[in-house]
Design a protein around this ligand. Structure first.
Ligand SMILES: CC(C)(COP(=O)(O)OP(=O)(O)OC[C@H]1O[C@@H](n2cnc3c(N)ncnc32)[C@H](O)[C@@H]1OP(=O)(O)O)[C@@H](O)C(=O)NCCC(=O)NCCS
Length: 175
């Protein structure tokens, strides 16, 4: 397959999904069983990266916010909002959350994950209908390094007991 031989489609209620297996049962199940429910209830929208025959990857996004209460201390929150002008020091800021991101096993290791995150960051910086300052991800604790390499930071210290941890990326410096 050519690295650029794919399209991005928005999941619809009656969408015929192409085969997908990322090796993680929860993420497979979300796509096959839950994504349409989230769409119908206006809770999250799912996008599919596809070839003619396969689902390469999918990701789900929803509106969210980042606020003082999400951080262990004022200092940590101040670090996250350090590039926001003092006059706009609010207790929360608009964000988009990437609730799920998964690449099919067949296509892992080809940088689709990083490319999807770059695409989403640019989309929310340059082509967003509402204000959106931060991108959030619910990262598997085993994947924290991967997201750190993509400019995401942990809100709270790493905790190996947790399955997932929230991470943020400030979108403004990317404009
Ligand atoms: C994690 C995932 C999204 C990565 O996407 P991908 O397109 O396969 O990414 P690639 O393997 O091409 O990785 C790009 C870079 O991330 C690194 N990377 C991949 N997985 C990593 C991990 N678990 N920890 C640290 N770095 C990782 C790669 O080494 C590579 O680094 P390089 O640029 O220095 O070569 C994908 O493998 C996946 O969907 N896995 C199964 C489901 C899952 O775990 N989703 C994430 C939920 S938080």
């Amino acid at each position: 397959m050519d690295r650029n031989d794919f399209v991005i489609n928005r999941l619809t209620i009656d969408y015929q999904l192409k085969p997908f297996d990322c090796g993680d049962p929860d993420l497979n199940e979300f796509l096959h069983n839950d994504a349409r429910f989230y769409l119908r209830e206006h809770l999250a929208v799912t996008y599919l990266v596809e070839t003619e025959t396969d689902t390469i990857a999918y990701f789900s996004v929803q509106n969210d916010k980042i606020s003082l209460d999400d951080f262990p201390s004022n200092n940590q929150f101040n670090k996250a909002r350090k590039s926001i002008p003092r006059a706009k020091m609010h207790k929360s800021y608009p964000a988009v959350k990437v609730g799920r991101l998964a690449v099919s096993e067949k296509f892992q290791g080809l940088r689709f994950g990083p490319r999807i995150l770059d695409y989403l960051k640019l989309l929310f910086v340059h082509n967003n209908r509402t204000g959106c300052r931060f991108m959030l991800v619910d990262a598997y604790t085993t994947k924290i390094r991967f997201y750190e390499d993509q400019q995401f930071c942990l809100l709270k210290p790493k905790n190996d007991q947790e399955k997932t941890q929230l991470m943020y990326c400030d979108l403004k410096p990317l404009q």
